[in-house]
Ligand binder design. Structure first.
Ligand SMILES: Nc1nc2c(ncn2[C@@H]2O[C@H](COP(=O)(O)OP(=O)(O)O)[C@@H](O)[C@H]2O)c(=O)[nH]1
Ligand SMILES: [Mg+2]
Length: 208
């Protein structure tokens, strides 16, 4: 049992798995840290990957987002199928100051996603990170918009450093996921799957 931080695991409506994908150094881990900030419940890292949990309220629903980050193995392009399995949302990140991270998204990462993601309805968000370094920009916003359209993704530019658009990224993704019935169903099922481990007390009041 993890230490409880006052938020009982039964206190949310849907539970979604979100992935961060993209080249090494684009800021995936920074985005995650930036988003999680104070309210974080750390879980022990699994082999090769690390994930964090964020509880938040979006569109009147209480959500548990399990956000998976790579542990650097993207450098060797060896993300495993289990990393992709069961994801409802995928954040594809590039660095607006490094053009090759943008081209690698369309040439490598988007193809991997198509190959390995188990749910074809999975919602994707293209994110151009590091917009705080605007003078070094190597990919225009228009190019980002065009690629997003081509890949069928939502699109945002953000900065993990200034936190510009960081919350919007995950919230808009969650909102979109909730518009898709099959994903919503999975989000509900994820909770049922998680329940027995944590909620053993039948009928009783469990907190305090
Ligand atoms: N200026 C700036 N630097 C960033 C931003 N996000 C990440 N970085 C830096 O980019 C480097 C790589 O970030 P990291 O999160 O480790 O990338 P990852 O390999 O994709 O997980 C680190 O030195 C970060 O401090 C950002 O939005 N703006
Ligand atoms: Mg990282």
């Amino acid at each position: 049992m993890g230490s409880s931080s006052g938020q009982s695991s039964g206190s949310y409506d849907f539970s979604f798995k979100i992935l961060l994908i993209g080249d090494s150094g684009v800021g995936k881990s920074s985005l995650l840290v930036s988003f999680i900030s104070a309210a974080v419940e750390d879980l022990s890292p699994t082999i090769g990957v690390d994930f964090k949990i964020k509880l938040l309220k979006v569109g009147g629903k209480r959500l548990k987002l399990t956000i998976w980050d790579t542990a650097g193995q993207e450098r060797f392009r060896t993300l495993t199928t289990s990393y992709y399995r069961g994801a409802q949302g995928i954040v594809l990140v590039y660095d607006v100051t490094r053009r090759e991270t943008f081209t690698n998204l369309s040439e490598i990462w988007a193809k991997e996603v198509d190959l390995y993601s188990t749910n074809q309805d999975c919602v994707k968000m293209l994110v151009g990170n590091k917009v705080d370094r605007d003078s070094e920009r190597a990919v225009s916003r228009e190019e980002g918009t065009a690629l997003a359209k081509e890949l069928g993704c939502m699109f945002l530019e953000c900065s993990a450093k200034t936190r510009e658009n960081v919350e919007q990224c995950f919230e808009e993704l969650a909102l979109k996921i909730m518009e898709i019935p099959s994903l919503l169903e999975e989000g509900k099922r994820n909770i049922l799957k998680q329940k027995p481990e944590y909620q053993a007390q039948p009928g009783g009041c469990c907190s305090s």
